[in-house]
Design a protein around this ligand. Structure first.
Ligand SMILES: Cc1cc2nc3c(=O)[nH]c(=O)nc-3n(C[C@H](O)[C@H](O)[C@H](O)COP(=O)(O)OP(=O)(O)OC[C@H]3O[C@@H](n4cnc5c(N)ncnc54)[C@H](O)[C@@H]3O)c2cc1C
Length: 499
């Protein structure tokens, strides 16, 4: 088959790849989008079982149509094709004696804070410091946020309070948004994301499943002439004379491209797809040192009727029954994630529970409910010291304690473990965020979208951008599209001359 020449070749169809593909096609560039899986969407993909639509990994969009995801959809004229359904409340925290609803409205923020502080045992004397902590999270000036980029959330919280329950709660929230512990997560990134999430009040779930976001973007790309190939695994990004010139697929097909954009992880792109020898040593070393976030373990549950009323819950549980908010100490809070990192079941497990059918009942047969339980676990490169069955049993125990009687309504249960995620998204280890949002890897210091070889670019959650998960990947694509545009305009990449 003769080689075809494209302006831009995009590897991957997650939020990053589908956003970039759509933006590139809209810019009039001849675009090829390649996906190794039979279905598009990456972490936002899905499968079907017995009439239930099952989101593979990602569920909620922290800024719906208002943030970077919305901006991409708007730019490619497809925003109206995705309906973002908002929950009645942001989330509810249950378990270990807590029951705190969190609302999106700024008017109810004080009620939420009061409820939470009262239940975790924060005294009146601590209220002024709580106020200052909340002010930092919700109202910090933009230029001041950057000053916190290279400090951790733990440093920020400790500046105001050493209350262990508060630390445990914030640790659980950071795990939810950044899939990493709070003593590693960048405070600047956390504030940036929290502030925008609260401002946009658009926390939501896409009707039709999370895959609707990448699917609609890919439709828009194809309408503007892009070519999309699934079951097209890129084996190599081809480099000639130090310039990225195209890709070779596992089945032997080859495509020439003036620019190649990878949306896998930087480690995969550099060490597997391109080959370490093509990169300068300092770049290789930096990529080698990059921290990835954790992976996740999920239990998918089909229920015979609607049992859970909330769209999104955080269920805190202690598998061995030895952790309560009031007996927490700071070292014990830290130990939770030390255990998690080494693949051991911790004494406190925060479960993230989403009920997609509460946002879109059509994702299940009439009257039935579907829920996903999720918690962070180490990457597949760390052997789980407690086997998957122990995790599964602990997660189910926490669920049974928080929602008594749920067991009798389970039609079927399926575990999506770390290896399944790794194999689906193709990023070694299966990180939820492939370049973790830690000091030294956010803001000015985030790896650039422009690779060190001419013609090679990075998008998705590995380089550029800010935000939570899909927001991060979409902003990265917006930034990458701008760089591509500038490189084509300046002649750094030639659109007309064949390579
Ligand atoms: C289990 C889980 C739950 C999450 N929950 C949320 C959530 O609720 N909300 C949120 O905002 N974020 C969430 N995230 C994070 C968010 O999904 C990701 O940060 C974001 O979607 C990443 O987008 P991406 O385009 O960078 O990569 P991905 O979505 O991972 O897509 C990468 C794509 O590249 C393809 N690919 C890789 N290698 C090749 C190759 N060699 N050839 C061809 N194709 C290739 C893969 O098949 C995949 O389709 C979650 C992540 C996980 C794993």
């Amino acid at each position: 088959m003769p080689e075809q020449i494209f302006d831009v070749i995009v590897v991957g169809t997650g939020t990053g790849g589908s956003s970039l593909g759509a933006l590139s096609a809209r810019a009039g560039l001849k675009t090829l989008i390649l996906e190794k899986n039979p279905r598009v969407g990456g972490a936002c993909s899905y499968y079907e079982k017995d009439g239930f639509h099952v989101d593979f990994g990602t569920h909620l969009c922290t800024r719906g149509g208002e943030g970077s995801v919305g901006e991409v959809l708007k730019r490619v004229g497809a925003l109206s094709r995705v309906e973002f359904v908002k929950p009645r409340q942001l989330m509810r925290v249950l378990g270990l004696g807590l029951d705190v609803p969190f609302y999106t409205s700024i008017r109810t923020v004080f009620k939420t804070i009061y409820n939470f502080q009262h239940q975790v045992g924060i005294t009146w004397r601590e209220y002024p410091s709580m106020f200052r902590l909340n002010r930092d999270f919700f109202l910090m000036d933009e230029d001041k946020i950057a000053e916190w980029d290279n400090k951790t959330v733990e440093e920020l919280v400790s500046k105001h309070s050493l209350n262990p329950s508060l630390h445990a709660f914030i640790n659980a929230m950071m795990a939810l948004y950044f899939v990493y512990p709070y003593w590693k997560t960048s405070a600047g990134e956390a504030i940036w994301c929290t502030k925008r999430m609260m401002e946009s009040k658009a926390f939501s779930y896409p009707k039709g499943g999370t895959v609707m976001v990448p699917r609609v973007m890919l439709d828009a790309a194809q309408e503007r002439g892009a070519t999309l190939l699934t079951q097209a695994r890129v084996r190599k990004i081809q480099v000639e004379n130090g310039v990225a010139r195209g890709v070779e697929l596992e089945d032997g097909r080859k495509f020439r491209g003036r620019a190649v954009v990878s949306t896998s992880s930087l480690k995969d792109t550099v060490f597997n797809l391109v080959g370490a020898g093509h990169f300068p040593e300092d770049f290789r070393e930096r990529v080698q040192r990059l921290q990835e976030s954790h992976n996740a373990i999920q239990i998918k549950l089909a229920l015979d009727r609607k049992i859970i009323q909330d769209g999104c819950l955080v269920v805190m549980g202690s598998p061995r029954g030895n952790f309560t908010p009031r007996t927490a100490t700071l070292p014990r809070v830290r130990q939770v994630y030390e255990d998690l990192l080494s693949g051991r079941m911790p004494e406190l497990v925060p479960l993230y529970l989403v009920a997609p059918t509460n946002f879109d009942p059509e994702l299940a047969p009439p009257g039935k409910q579907f829920i996903t339980l999720c918690t962070g676990v180490s990457l597949t490169t760390t052997k789980l010291q407690d086997p998957p069955e122990v995790w599964e049993e602990a997660m189910m125990k926490i669920l049974r304690e928080a929602i008594p009687g749920i067991e009798g309504h389970i039609l079927w249960k399926e575990v999506v473990g770390p290896k399944a995620i790794e194999s689906w998204i193709g990023k070694p280890g299966g990180p939820a965020i492939s370049t973790a949002q830690v000091p030294g890897q956010v803001g000015q210091e985030r790896p650039s979208n422009r690779g060190p070889l001419p013609g090679l670019y990075f998008a998705g959650d590995q380089a550029g951008g800010r935000g939570v998960g899909t927001e991060l990947a979409a902003l990265s694509a917006l930034e990458c599209a701008e760089i591509l545009d500038s490189d084509f305009r300046s002649g750094q990449i030639s659109k007309n001359n064949e390579k």
